[in-house]
Design a binder for this molecule. Sequence first.
Ligand SMILES: Nc1ncnc2c1ncn2[C@@H]1O[C@H](COP(=O)(O)OP(=O)(O)OP(=O)(O)O)[C@@H](O)[C@H]1O
Ligand SMILES: [Mg+2]
Length: 631
Amino acid sequence: MEIINKIREHREKEKQLEWRGTFKEYLELVKQYPHIAQSSHSRVYNMIKDAGVLEKDNHKMYRFFGEDIFGLEEPLEKLVEEYFHSAARRLDVKKRILMLMGPVSGGKSTIVTMLKRGLEEYSRTDAGAVYAIEGCPMHEDPLHLIPPHLRDEFYEEYGIHVEGHLSPLNLMRLEKEYGGNIEDVMVERIFFSEDKRVGIGTFSPSDPKSQDIADLTGSIDFSTIAEYGSESDPRAYRFDGELNKANRGIMEFQEMLKCDEKFLWHLLSLSEEGNFKAGRFALISADELIVAHTNEAEYKSFINNKKNEALHSRIIVMNIPYNVKVSEEERIYEKMIAGSDMADVHIAPHALRTAAIFSILTRLKEPKNQTVDLVKKMKLYDGEELEGYKDQDVEELKKEYQDEGMDGIDPRYVINRISSAIIRKEVESINALDVLRSLKEGLDQHASISDEDKERYLDFIAAARKEYDEAAKKEVQKAFVYSYEESAKTLMDNYLDNVEAYCNKNKLKDPLTGEEMSPDEKLMRSIEEQIGISENAKRAFREEILIRISAYARKGKKFDYNSHEHLREAIQQKLFADLKDVVKITTSTKTPDESQLKKINEVTARLIDEHGYNSVSANELLRYVGSLLNR
Ligand SMILES: Nc1ncnc2c1ncn2[C@@H]1O[C@H](COP(=O)(O)OP(=O)(O)OP(=O)(O)O)[C@@H](O)[C@H]1O
Ligand SMILES: [Mg+2]
């Protein structure tokens, strides 16, 4: 019965929020809480701001979007600052239709849905409360009741600009129901709800021949004409178009550019003048955020058509590109899978990451900076620290192209390919190779990929596989060395002691016998060779490390295993090389002996317990790495 209680609780909470009073009482509320009279644009902006703003690397990150949208911090910052913030301050952008432009399945609809759902919730909070003339189908702003000639005075007293004039329907009701006494008009608090068609609307064009403008602006109610005597009596009109219903909130205009012109003219007037024409009435004022979305091709053909100039100048376009960070892409897939019927399937570690690497590579543009290749760029974008590159370089790379991420592989494609890999495999467990294979096969069926792109994409599959091979080897290596980090640290300390002695021309002390001994050249070289440091370059490399250590010391920082990317890599590879033979033998023998079997079982157990594998994927990993090492 838990759920019944919850339902009751919810109902009671909603009841407590209700408010009803005369216009006079409403004005007292406004005096106390001026924000309740804010415009729709301002409400949307405050909703986003109130959810919290984090500052990161000179960028604002809006928590409002954080839960569902990943990796788009910069485009979203621009969207919030340049559109919502300016519109909230009554700047001219408010008069523009917001158009989100981006590649397919790049999160445009998700963003709009978040705004819509967000507003529904926000209107139930104190900060987002909205009030309307009671019983008005358009939830008209009560302040429209203030006669135009008194609005300057109202502004003096309340500091609020009233825009828009009383609608024909409420003008008539004021006369007929309230005898012209504005102060008595009843006002109520409203709660946005798309289901109930309050303050949130969606318009999506269908067949232009059959679709009626009534869907947008309402229509005459023929059944009541007899009662009211005339078509121009506003009571004989149903104000139930999407534009009417979305008043005070937000209207999503789907496929706006596919829409018949006659629908767009209403938008023109609404966006510019804040009003639109319905039936035989004077213009109706509306205050709503109109947001549309489109892709680049559609948008280009739209602006290339001269006929659309007027509308074009009333649109503000915001780019919503694909995410270009591998780890954020992984989160996108995780989210999409969690919400799908694949939620229970075991997805081996690295599977999503490998797919993400592929996707991101297809979205990036070739760096102009010659020292960076695409894979490096991908890593830098993802915040990886690469030897020899600074944050500054990443910023420079980003500046090379203004429109990066506007094409490439979309997340939905990846999810579809993962899903078909699962169907084919029949076991509820899939790994990075399954995913890559499926991605590759899918390229043939992908309608919108040119032959030229396909060639490139196949290269990216190979690149993603290479990254996976490295990761897979490392994973197995880690599982083989019991306390991997410990061994790595010990080896590094040992190396550093030797390097120090070598550079300072000192001797080392043998920890056991206390005897003096020369630096262990063989040990140092065995590590350096892992990363291709030649005999000639060894001195420079060692000296550089020593300089790094003293630089750390000066800053009071501890030089550790993670302080030098190159050195860390060398140490890992050295450890792995030592282990290679053990791994090779144990993973690839068809008939392992008892001790090998024991080792394999231990490693499998560790992969499962500590690295997120299951028994199927752990065995697949070991077999694969065994075959890699035997090449
Ligand atoms: N950056 C992102 N962060 C989180 N999820 C994303 C992101 N990009 C895409 N998605 C996910 O991909 C799926 C498709 O996104 P959505 O439908 O919002 O895209 P769209 O831009 O509206 O696409 P279309 O042009 O096909 O209408 C959704 O499940 C969405 O959550
Ligand atoms: Mg969409």
